[in-house]
Design a protein around this ligand. Structure first.
Ligand SMILES: Cc1cc2nc3c(=O)[nH]c(=O)nc-3n(C[C@H](O)[C@H](O)[C@H](O)COP(=O)(O)O)c2cc1C
Length: 373
């Protein structure tokens, strides 16, 4: 039997990928302001990274105005945002690419300066992010995180409806599917984990209750898209934004088994060795591997991300730990990453200073291999 390689085809839901080098969701903070609409610069960036039969997971996009914690992040809740995203999607489709949108709400990883009416950010419980983590306000000041306002039980169905509407909006924009952002310390993960969820209603307490919000959000997306065009991203061993479950295995085993019943397009894990990769160079080796631990509980397509090189991606696939690999930072600086990995071409290093915010520098000006002298 021939083992699959990074460059063998893969069926994801109704889509036939021609290779397994996916683009990870990457917040770049370059949408138009104040509309938070994707603009021509964003169209060019995604088009540069599209390949025939290649999967792009577009950057996390808040489903509602309370879902932001950063400036210039594109939304998916107004008509203008849908129209802006349609331009991105059309450009990716013209190159034969497949593009999912990541649906986001930051919960407590926000600041009142980003909130409608200057209100406090909302979260499962009124538990602030510890003060070793800092928030940045809308006008760029570094401050402690505020204590968020706990959502009333009666508000939770409204939040689920916001995800449902955003899933409809993504469909209207022409996307090929949606990914639920259940990772990195944001709202869905705040519900999952006991340190951020002290609720005593049906959304808190037992593992079953803490997983409920994730399942309801996922089901809302399934209602719109069908299960085989919905993915979920989790980071069981992540520590981003003050997250981290003391004993992840029981919680995430339950979540993965429950998700496995749904027939999703894929499950997407962030490997803990590069949790927090957006903020600093981190690469812990002495940590458990999410894909290895949870693969036995998952019968569908598994995407892994976090610190992969072409070589480690190839071996993760050959060894059956994952079916596809999502690349983040090196996809930023190598728009033609699938081809470079295929041919063994050298990679252009990324410049962390231009990750978040700005214009074309560090965004659309990284050359393809063939353009380099
Ligand atoms: C600039 C930047 C922005 C990111 N934005 C997101 C995001 O919007 N959603 C998400 O789930 N992960 C986000 N991440 C995490 C990446 O998707 C990925 O998991 C991480 O960078 C590790 O993969 P890498 O080692 O290939 O970069 C971001 C990472 C970086 C560096």
């Amino acid at each position: 039997m021939k083992f699959p390689s990074l460059f063998s085809p893969l069926q994801i839901g109704p889509y036939q990928l021609r290779h397994r080098v996916a683009m990870a969701p990457l917040t770049r903070m370059r949408a138009a302001r104040p509309s938070l609409v994707p603009r021509p610069l964003n169209v060019e960036y995604y088009a540069q990274r599209a390949t025939a039969g290649g999967l792009i997971i577009a950057e996390a996009s808040p489903v509602v105005a309370t879902g932001f914690g950063n400036p210039a992040v594109p939304g998916i809740y107004t008509e203008a945002q849908v129209a802006g995203w349609r331009e991105v999607v059309d450009a990716v489709h013209r190159k034969g690419g497949i593009i999912f949108l990541q649906l986001w709400h930051v919960g407590r990883v926000s600041h009142s300066s980003f909130q409608p009416g200057g209100a406090l950010p909302v979260a499962p419980s009124a538990v602030p992010i510890p003060s070793e983590f800092k928030a940045m306000t809308a006008d760029g000041k570094v401050v402690d995180y505020e204590t968020p306002r706990a959502l009333e039980t009666s508000e939770i169905p409204l939040m689920i409806e916001a995800y449902r509407q955003a899933a409809k909006n993504a469909l209207a924009a022409g996307f090929d599917g949606v990914e639920i952002h259940g990772a990195n310390g944001y709202l869905v993960e705040q519900f999952l984990q006991s340190r951020s969820n002290l609720r005593t209603d049906q959304y808190g307490g037992s593992i079953e209750n803490r997983v409920r919000f994730l399942l309801e959000v996922t089901q809302a997306a399934i209602d719109v898209w069908g299960a085989n065009r919905v993915g979920v991203r989790l980071s069981p061993y992540g520590i981003a934004n003050g997250s981290g479950e003391a004993d992840p295995m029981p919680l995430y085993s339950h979540a993965v088994k429950a998700l496995d019943q749904l027939g999703l397009a894929y499950l997407h894990f962030i490997e803990p060795r590069s949790s927090g990769a957006g903020r600093a160079e981190v690469n812990w080796q002495d940590v458990p591997s999410a894909m290895v631990l949870y693969r036995p509980l998952w019968s569908g397509v598994l995407i892994a991300a976090g610190g992969f090189t072409g070589e480690t991606a190839e071996s993760a696939i050959a060894e059956g730990h994952a079916d596809a690999i999502a690349f983040g930072r090196i996809f930023i600086s190598n728009p033609d990453l699938p081809r470079r990995l295929h041919r063994g071409y050298p990679l252009t290093p990324y410049n962390r200073k231009t990750f978040y915010g700005g214009e074309e520098v560090g965004y659309t000006d990284y050359p393809e291999h063939d353009e380099m002298a």
